[in-house]
Design a protein around this ligand. Structure first.
Ligand code: AMP
Length: 516
């Protein structure tokens, strides 16, 4: 694949219009170039989630203060291009300054109070510049999803606010910070560091690690944690601390106690460079993705009661259970919209030849949980599914079958509520249209059964037999139905136990499909 370089907005608009006309999803990864593994982690995530990935490279003069490093900010077109080409990025948008700020340009976005604290206090006007360019890029590229790094946590919070306040039709995904082996967060600005400064730079991540350990040992008083952070810096005269703070992740206002989801932020000057870093407090052993999820879902502190900001875990769980799309959980890797349709299109070359559609319970959060990603690795779900339908492996499976799911928001726990099923049914209805020659459907488990009966066949809840009752005598059930997506054609539907959610197993359906 050749990576396309785009320098002008009209060219970008026509590229994006073409992508959308092909029904493909589009990701944008905004950067200032001088790319490193941190940027590439965003690109990789974007490639997993969208069909087409655009990386923008623009060193935005309006986000630099008059005494800052705009002129000397590292620029390395050739190396960036090599990186992006070998990452199979579809297009690179590299506009000039006059393209982004033509003569007469005068409208700027004011992100409000968030832009005046922490980085905003140190760098007045910075977030105004960032917000203006990001909005401009969103309007030009119109991405389905835009990818940002946790490394710039305040920027993430500002961009999410921008999207929410201005109703921008884009989802913001956030990826964890990529670090050097010794903990230093990767940054284009690390090239400014002398060897000595580079050594001292590790203190940022070390101070964050230290307070994380303290919090896990039970010390959650922010003052004490901050004192400890400052002590780390006092020991290194090369480092000049700009700020160290423990904040509520929604508002970035100081948090009196560090709870899961609270964020410790630090910024320090070092020689001619300046470094920033952050760490999200989380339950012990939680992954960086989980912490991000908790932080981004945390509600703002209750100003009236002065209650400490706390992620409302129950509410979080409920929202995720209800719908991954509604919950907009940034760190979940698969947005429902693009989910199965994308994998179905990619992994099943000819959807017209599919005779049997298997509808499972919940789509896994991680695409690698899908049998087609690791067709040869033992996967209990896939092994039992193949047994059920009488095939040996994924190659045999996809010759006649395709797999989709009833719900796409299975983040925490196995319980799926009815509203989730109703919401996700719209994706299932769309997917059914992809298979014009479908003859049979296999429904796995109770949730898929309920959804299919109620939201695909349109049956009243009162007329839907309890799943356990239905399967009691034979371990499976069968009926012939007509689907709105398939007109007058009769469709055989088999209802079976879910291969992994339930203890019971349904007898093999192989005999039915041998004749298919
Ligand atoms: P920049 O080019 O510095 O404007 O960064 C572009 C994007 O890459 C931003 O969303 C950053 O947060 C993200 N990014 C920068 N460094 C890292 C890192 N070490 N790990 C993850 N993301 C990063």
């Amino acid at each position: 694949m050749t990576t396309r370089w785009i320098f002008t907005f009209p060219e970008m608009i026509s590229f994006a219009t073409e992508v959308r006309a092909q029904g493909k999803s589009l990701a944008l990864v905004p950067t200032m170039g001088a790319l490193h593994e941190g940027h590439l982690s965003l690109v990789r995530q974007a490639k997993i989630q969208c069909d087409v990935v655009v990386v923008s490279i623009f060193v935005n003069p309006t986000q630099f203060g008059p005494t800052e490093d705009f002129a000397r900010y590292p620029r390395n077109r050739e190396k960036d291009f090599q990186y992006l080409e070998s990452s199979n990025v579809h297009a690179v948008l590299a506009p000039s300054v006059p393209e982004v700020f033509p003569p007469g340009f005068s409208t700027f976005v004011d992100p409000g109070p968030i832009a005046t604290i922490l980085e905003g206090a140190q760098r007045p006007g910075h977030f105004r510049g960032v917000a203006t360019v990001i909005l401009r890029l969103f309007n030009i590229v119109k991405p389905d999803i835009a990818f940002f790094g946790q490394k710039d946590f305040q920027q993430v919070v500002m961009v999410r606010r921008l999207v929410e306040d201005l109703n921008l039709p884009v989802r913001i995904m956030v990826c964890p910070t990529v670090r050097e082996a010794d903990g230093l967060a990767l940054s284009s600005r690390n090239v400014y560091l002398s060897a000595e400064d580079r050594k001292a730079g590790v203190l940022l991540s070390r101070s964050l690690k230290r307070v994380e350990e303290m919090a896990q040992a039970g010390e959650v008083d922010s003052q004490k944690l901050l004192e400890e952070m400052r002590k780390t810096f006092d020991a290194e005269p090369r480092l000049h601390l700009d700020y160290a703070a423990i904040v509520d992740p929604a508002t970035l206002s100081p948090a009196a106690v560090a709870v899961p989801g609270s964020v410790a932020l630090v910024a320090a000057r070092l020689g001619t460079g300046r470094l920033i870093d952050n760490m999200i407090f989380g339950p012990p052993g939680s992954s960086p993705e989980m912490r991000l999820q908790v932080a981004l879902m945390t509600q703002a502190a209750d100003k009236e009661s002065g209650a400490s900001p706390r992620p409302d875990i129950d509410r979080l769980r409920l929202r995720i259970e209800r719908c991954r799309d509604c919950a907009a959980v940034s760190s979940i890797s698969l947005p429902a919209r693009e989910f199965l349709v994308k994998y179905l299109r990619r992994d099943y070359a000819d959807l017209g030849s599919t005779r049997v559609l298997v509808i499972g319970g919940c789509a896994p959060i991680d695409p690698f949980g899908l049998p087609n990603f690791h067709p040869d690795a033992p996967n209990p779900f896939a092994t039992r599914l193949y047994e059920l339908v009488g095939v040996k492996n994924f190659v045999e499976f996809k010759a006649h079958f395709a797999l989709t799911d009833a719900a796409r928001c299975h983040a925490i726990g196995n319980r799926v509520d009815e509203r989730t099923l109703e919401y996700c049914a719209k994706y299932l209805r769309e997917e059914l249209k992809l298979f014009p020659n479908l003859q049979s459907i296999v429904i796995l488990g109770e949730y898929a059964y309920l959804q299919f009966q109620k939201h695909i066949l349109g049956r009243e809840r009162a007329n839907i037999k309890a799943f356990g009752e239905l399967l009691k005598s034979q371990g499976r059930a069968q009926e012939t139905v007509r689907l709105p997506s398939h007109g007058e054609r009769d469709m055989r539907v088999f209802y079976c136990y879910h291969p992994t959610f339930e203890n019971k197993r349904s007898p093999s359906l192989a005999a039915y499909f041998e004749q298919a």
